[in-house]
Design a binder for this molecule. Structure first.
Ligand code: PPS
Length: 570
């Protein structure tokens, strides 16, 4: 398969028209794009999502969800939709143009709204992601982050989203096509990745390219990847180090601002279409391509080879050849990497391998990572951003009824951690937060959620910057606690501690006299009395406070932190 490297259609208007349109668009109703929508819009506008001409119409959406096809029959596996809230949608008329702005308010493009509908999200989850299970990050996003209403319509591109990082490493499909033309590359194998590359990856990608007699494009995703992944700044520095290890002029690297959905088989087909748009002829698809991990029953969402099977089925239409991802292992006696299934003398040699989990453990605990496994430059980068757990930031999040003892234990814990030293400790106690951060809020569900999300935000910033945040709100709703956990776990550990004092005991203590008032109906929406409390199902720790003194409760938390490697034992 040789590439047609002619330019592909983009949705941008000419420079002059863009200047004019930008002025006109300032008067339009505007939608502030979410980070995911910005990624989608960039690839719509620059042709990365060719043949899409805008966010999907309802008819195209239905076809894509049901059988991976647009209304005109073309193959497209992923719904690219503009999700908005009900209020915004209600204020629009069909046929109206809206301005699409980035988070700083810059107008990136306009869209003519041709369609507005309320999608069946459960159906979308089942058909696109294989299960309506929020353990899947994209299903969780669909239900908890995406707006209720979808808008569809053609997009007119004004300008690319602005990127301040790694500008020179980002290319549109047409820029890559031009580069391949200039270099005379006729066969190009793309390697999609969201992880740092180690020696095995370097070996397998180079081998894949050699076997296809092709050049190699390392095409990492820097938009949105799986929650918990190594941040893209670190990864790009790692990729740059690995790039030097390939023979000169055989390999290029370009960053792709894609928001992944972790949709396994459908995602593989989507990745193929995107790479074809970028001028590639081949793509490496491995075991469990773009896999989201385990479902809520602890099983894999997709079979290990489902992605390869679906890709193969549609290979011709995708317009790109699939290259199998070989499982490379290190053979100690021969001091080299070899494909596992090609080693004939397995019983006579020593095969070395370090799994992803083992690597994370070694990094977390500051243990040795051998040179046969990774390049020293890569390990050094990873260590810089991921110091051992005992030096990273983390959050301890107490939850429990009013009067359960959260604040008292949190205060004791703070003092003990300060006594140990090493990292700054910040206490975000329920009452303190309500005084300083959330003074205008009451106790409706909406206000409580806002309060907890604010606490989560501050704690995530503290965690990101290497401090210890101790939070002690009631935080009665499981979904909000989960959202905060997700925000924080991007940067460090989230340790949920359920202060499991029973409601009867809290009411008996009634230290602030609030339960009495709540029983008398003088305080409304009181947690446990007239407002619900979702008991944590799987907290890192649950502490009983009845007949146990505060010191002991705080000590239990310290022991937990120690067992998680967050504080060192001496
Ligand atoms: S929440 O639900 O997490 O936002 O609550 P939080 O910010 O932790 O605030 C809880 C403290 O506010 C007092 N208070 C109430 N609690 C629950 N329900 C109602 N309606 C209410 N009204 C006032 C109460 O003293 C809580 O203090 P703590 O520290 O938990 O005892």
């Amino acid at each position: 398969m040789l590439p047609n490297l002619a330019p592909i259609p983009e949705l941008y208007v000419s420079y002059d028209s863009a200047q004019k349109l930008k002025v006109e668009a300032a008067d339009l109703t505007s939608w502030d794009l979410t980070p995911r929508q910005i990624c989608d819009l960039e690839l719509l506008m620059n042709g990365g999502f060719n043949p899409l001409k805008g966010f999907l119409s309802e008819e195209d959406y239905n076809g894509v969800v049901e059988n991976m096809r647009m209304a005109d029959g073309s193959l497209w596996p992923m719904p690219i939709t503009l999700d908005v809230n009900e209020d915004f949608a209600a204020g629009l008329e069909i046929g109206q143009d809206i301005a699409l702005r980035d988070q700083e308010g810059v107008i990136l493009g306009t869209m003519t709204v041709t369609d507005r509908w309320e999608p069946n999200k459960s159906r979308e989850a089942e058909k696109v992601f294989g299960a309506d299970d929020i353990a899947h990050p994209a299903v969780n996003y669909l239900h908890h982050t995406a707006g209720k209403i979808y808008l569809g319509g053609p997009v007119t591109g004004i300008q690319q989203p602005v990127h301040y990082d790694f500008k020179a490493r980002r290319d549109t499909p047409n820029e890559l096509r031009a580069y391949f033309r200039k270099m005379g590359w006729r066969k190009i194998v793309a390697f999609q990745t969201r992880n740092p590359l180690h020696r095995a990856h370097q070996e397998l990608t180079f081998r894949a390219a050699r076997e296809a007699q092709a050049n190699l494009l390392i095409h990492p995703v820097v938009g949105m990847t799986k929650p918990g992944d190594v941040d893209h700044f670190t990864r790009v520095r790692c990729y740059e180090a690995v790039l030097d290890k390939y023979p000169a002029a055989t390999t290029a690297m370009s960053l792709l601002n894609l928001a992944m959905r972790m949709a396994g088989p459908r995602e593989a087909v989507w990745h193929g279409l995107i790479r074809a748009n970028h001028g590639c002829t081949h793509m490496i698809v491995g075991r469990d391509h773009a896999g989201p991990g385990k479902n809520s029953a602890g099983e894999d969402f997709y079979g290990a080879y489902d992605a390869q099977d679906l890709f193969r089925e549609h290979e011709e239409e995708i317009g790109i050849e699939m290259v199998d991802f070989k499982h490379m292992v290190y053979v100690q006696e021969r001091a080299q990497y070899e494909p596992n299934d090609e080693i004939e003398d397995k019983d006579d040699v020593t095969i070395l391998n370090i799994s992803g989990t083992e690597l994370r453990r070694r990094l977390a605990e500051g243990l040795e990572i051998p040179e046969w496994f990774s390049f020293p430059e890569v390990v050094a980068e990873l260590r810089k951003t991921k110091p051992p757990r005992s030096q990273q930031g983390f959050t301890v999040f107490f939850t429990g009824f009013s009067g359960s003892g959260k604040s008292t234990i949190a205060n004791a814990l703070m003092v003990k951690l300060m006594e140990m030293g090493g990292r700054p400790v910040t206490l975000l106690d329920g009452d303190i937060v309500r005084k300083n951060l959330s003074s205008e809020l009451g106790f409706s569900k909406e206000h409580r959620d806002l309060n907890i999300r604010r606490i989560g935000y501050v704690a995530s910033e503290i965690t990101k910057n290497g401090g210890i945040a101790i939070c002690a709100p009631i935080a009665p709703y499981a979904t909000t606690r989960r959202a905060v956990r997700e925000d924080i776990e991007q940067f460090g550990a989230f340790v949920e501690v359920h202060v499991a004092t029973s409601l009867e005991e809290c009411e008996r203590r009634d230290r602030k006299g609030l339960y009495k008032l709540a029983r008398e109906g003088k305080i409304k929406e009181f947690t446990g009395i007239s407002d619900p409390y979702d008991v944590p199902v799987n907290p890192e720790l649950s502490v009983e406070t009845e007949n146990v003194d505060v010191d002991n409760c705080a000590h239990q938390v310290l022991l937990k932190l120690e067992s998680m490697g967050l504080i060192s034992g001496n």
